[in-house]
Design a protein. Structure first.
Length: 240
């Protein structure tokens, strides 16, 4: 079920509050807003709410038999990628970037934010369908750069269906096949990255794939491969 709102502070915050208040929020239900007045991205960044873009959140209920919950960022990324790739004339121009961005022609097209409350993980997704924000630290793009922007409601329906499919694969087959699919959809091995782990100095290195847990592997200039479990990642050619 998809519930559409004309305006709200944040669809993630709305779902988190419903969970905290003990409301029954079923997995597979979505909140999608025309406007978000207090939306946010990773590390507290303001979330752009351009009219006609997709801004929505859903809940995943963590089960004991599930793979590690942190890997849901990769699951959501694949869902967004598979939804978008069917709508563009340049599928080769799309690439996932760890941990939760989708790039088009090297510019940010979509982002994902996961927040947890008990056994519920709220997955927030934003996709630039019709308009891209002007950001000081990175290049952005919208799907309208390739042609007519997709209808927001049709996009929401397709994305909800694809995330259901990816969650079923994640639970049925585990991490290894999902990681292989994610790597195939990502920018090329050897892509130069700039990584800012929390509380650490900036690292420059080359993308060396993901490890068995879904963490980023960064090959440093001296040949050492460093495993990154959290951090801000940008293509080295981006400003920031």
């Amino acid at each position: 079920m998809i519930e559409y709102l004309a305006e709200t502070g944040s669809t993630n915050a709305d779902l988190l509050e419903r969970v905290r208040q003990g409301e029954r929020v079923s997995e597979g239900n979505w909140l999608v807003a025309d406007r978000q007045l207090a939306g946010k991205g990773r590390q507290g960044r303001t979330w752009f709410d351009g009219a006609g873009n997709f801004m929505g959140s859903t809940v995943v209920k963590v089960r004991e038999s599930d793979p590690p919950p942190a890997s849901l960022a990769l699951v959501a990324g694949l869902a967004v990628y598979e939804t978008v790739v069917a709508m563009v004339s340049e599928p080769g121009a799309l690439a996932l970037k760890w941990p939760n961005d989708l790039l088009l022609r090297g510019a940010k097209l979509a982002g994902i934010l996961l927040e947890r409350e008990g056994d519920a993980i709220v997955v927030g997704i934003g996709v630039n369908l019709g308009k891209a924000p002007d950001l000081p630290d990175r290049e952005t793009i919208a799907l309208s750069a390739l042609g007519p922007a997709p209808d927001r409601n049709q996009f929401a329906t397709s994305l909800a269906r694809q995330l259901d499919t990816e969650l079923d694969r994640w639970r049925t087959f585990g991490l290894p096949p999902m990681i292989r699919r994610w790597e195939l959809a990502a920018h090329a091995l050897g892509t130069e990255l700039r990584v800012q782990p929390p509380g650490e100095d900036v690292l420059l290195g080359a993308f060396a794939g993901l490890d068995e847990s879904g963490a980023l592997q960064l090959r440093l200039p001296d040949g050492e491969v460093k495993v990154i479990h959290a951090g801000d990642v940008m293509l080295a050619r981006e400003e920031g």
